[in-house]
Design a binder for this molecule. Sequence first.
Ligand code: FES
Length: 130
Amino acid sequence: MHRTVLVCQHDTCSQQGAAQVLAAFQQQFSNAVTITSSGCLGQCGSGPMVLVLPEETWYCHIRPPDVPIIVEEHLNQARIVTQKLYPKFHPTGKSVEIWLTAFGVTLVLLALLLTMLARQTYYLHLSQVS
Ligand code: FES
């Protein structure tokens, strides 16, 4: 499978060292993978952003020392480098766990609130009957 690696070179990513990241990718390959600069990938502030196509794997906060790891693991061995995945598009087990915990806490609080409302309604009803 031929892959394309997009390295954002727009404002924010550029300020975060995207040119060095692009240069590091370009030193690694000749024609097996297309390495190209891109305009803003719409994820400013998490850069330098790197997008690997066609599988649409997003990597964030990439530094030049990360590049050989991505090349060897992802591009050569087809193993995703989970430590550098962009969590917005690739939620990890930990972030899913956090969301489930927050959802569970919300359910418990909602149940407590409904119980309190039911008791208040019951006591109000008792006071009106007597
Ligand atoms: S500047 Fe790189 S994602 Fe916007």
